[in-house]
Design a protein around this ligand. Structure first.
Ligand SMILES: CCCCCCCCCCCCCCCC(=O)SCCNC(=O)CCNC(=O)[C@H](O)C(C)(C)COP(=O)(O)OP(=O)(O)OC[C@H]1O[C@@H](n2cnc3c(N)ncnc32)[C@H](O)[C@@H]1OP(=O)(O)O
Length: 214
């Protein structure tokens, strides 16, 4: 036993007393996160001169200082429930208020499939014009985890096996979908894949989730 269950329980208890964000706050934070995603891409691709870069650097530092005047102890989550599941506002994959999330909006369908239609921007590039393999793994881990949760058998990722069948292009519509294949005690198994715009599978994944010992 790793103590993961007890550690997560302590964190969840600490967060239980924190007031949830209202929808208006979520909306404006999501818009801010979107502007920061645009900023991230602008930083990577800018061709302005060095003096202009230095000026923007100072303005961004000032904006960061303004936001940091009041700091939450924990990332916001659990403000609303969609399809019976907690909304993870700060997830690095699907969190609308997390600027490092692409974000990938994952829905769970009545048959238990977790599914997302999304695009990945060029700042997630690995090989030229294709999505970084670690980013694909991250997205599939989240889709698989959502499928496990939708099945009523959430858990921690214990194993994640990937097969990169062909490169995943960025900047085009992609689909990720996953579903539980079986559940045995504390272990849940699920399969997922990413499909390119032509409907061909680019990455396949299979995972095992384990609900930590209490
Ligand atoms: C609580 C959850 C909240 C979920 C909220 C949902 C929110 C909405 C969806 C979000 C989706 C997010 C998706 C991303 C999810 C992450 O990113 S999780 C982060 C990455 N994963 C980790 O950090 C896990 C680290 N590892 C661990 O904490 C522990 O090893 C584990 C996996 C919890 C297992 O620990 P344990 O509870 O002590 O279990 P243990 O008794 O060792 O093993 C249980 C059984 O599983 C088997 N097993 C365990 N590990 C392995 C392994 N690696 N290989 C093969 N067999 C194994 C054991 O052999 C044993 O089998 P039996 O003897 O029962 O037949």
């Amino acid at each position: 036993m790793t103590g993961a269950g007890a550690a997560m329980r302590r964190v969840l208890e600490a967060r239980a007393g924190v007031a949830p964000l209202g929808e208006a706050e979520v909306d404006v934070l999501a818009e801010l996160a979107e502007r920061v995603r645009e900023l991230n891409e602008a930083v990577v691709f800018t061709g302005v001169d060095v003096d202009e870069i230095a000026a923007v650097r100072d303005e961004v530092a000032a904006l960061t200082a303004r936001l940091s005047v009041v700091r939450r102890e924990h990332p916001p989550l659990a403000e609303a429930r969609i399809g019976g599941m907690t909304r993870q506002l700060a997830s690095p994959v699907s969190g609308v208020v997390n600027p490092i999330a692409p974000p990938v909006h994952i829905q769970t369908l009545p048959d238990g499939t977790a599914r997302a239609e999304f695009q990945i921007g060029p700042i997630y590039e690995g090989p030229p014009s294709f999505v970084h393999g670690g980013v694909s793994a991250m997205i599939l881990d989240q889709v698989l985890g959502m499928a496990a949760s939708a099945n009523g058998t959430p858990g921690m990722t214990a194993t994640l096996e990937l097969r990169y069948r062909r490169p995943t292009p960025h900047g085009v519509p992609l689909v990720a979908e996953g579903k539980v294949t079986r559940s045995e005690g504390r272990r849940t198994f699920a399969d997922a894949r990413i499909l390119g715009p032509d409907g061909q599978v680019t990455v396949e994944a299979t995972a095992m989730f384990v609900m930590p010992m209490r």
